[in-house]
Design a protein around this ligand. Structure first.
Ligand SMILES: [Cu+2]
Length: 152
C-alpha cells in the first residue's frame, strides 16, 4: 500500500496565509458592541490650535462639545455635521449632538482670527477605524509570510 501523497508544508502555509489575508480584507466589520453613551469634551482654542486636536467617539454617542477660547474669539465648525460654535475669550460655548455619521471629520476655526487662521484645524473620528485595523492585520500576515520565506 502506497503512502498517501501529502502537500509540502510550504504550500499549506502559503494557502493558509492567502486565506487569512482574504478574510481580513473582505470580512464585514463587526457590529459595534459598545452601547451609545454620553461624551463630553472640553476643547481649548488658542491661536492657532485646538487642545485636544483630535477627539474620537462611537457611532450613536451623544456628544457635548465645550469650546473655550483662551485668547481671541475662535470658532469651531465640524465638517460633515454642519455644527458651529463661537466662543468669546473667557466664555464657554456648548453644543450637544448625536454622532450618527461614521467617519473622520475635520473641524476648523470659523472666525477669522489671524494670519494662520486657515491652519487652525482638528479632527473628529466617529466609530472605530476598521481600515487601520485591517491594515495592521495585513501587515501581520505579511510579516508571517516573510518569516516563512526566510526560513526555507
Ligand atoms: Cu480662526
Amino acid at each position: 500500500m502506497a503512502a498517501p501523497k501529502r502537500l509540502p508544508t510550504r504550500q499549506w502555509m502559503g494557502a493558509a496565509l492567502a486565506v487569512a489575508a482574504l478574510i481580513i480584507v473582505f470580512a464585514p466589520a463587526p457590529s459595534l458592541a459598545a452601547q451609545p453613551t454620553e461624551r463630553r469634551f472640553r476643547i481649548e482654542a488658542s491661536s492657532y490650535e485646538y487642545a485636544p486636536p483630535a477627539i474620537a467617539v462611537n457611532v450613536g454617542d451623544t456628544v457635548t462639545l465645550e469650546l473655550v477660547s483662551t485668547d481671541y474669539v475662535h470658532g469651531l465648525y465640524v465638517d460633515g455635521y454642519g455644527l458651529n460654535l463661537i466662543a468669546e475669550p473667557g466664555h464657554t460655548e456648548r453644543l450637544t449632538f448625536v454622532a450618527d455619521k461614521p467617519g473622520a471629520f475635520r473641524f476648523r476655526c470659523s472666525v477669522t482670527c489671524g494670519p494662520l487662521h486657515p491652519f487652525m484645524i482638528g479632527k473628529l473620528s466617529v466609530g472605530p477605524n476598521w481600515l487601520l485595523w485591517r491594515a495592521v492585520a495585513l501587515a501581520g500576515v505579511a510579516a508571517v509570510a516573510g518569516l516563512v520565506i526566510a526560513r526555507r
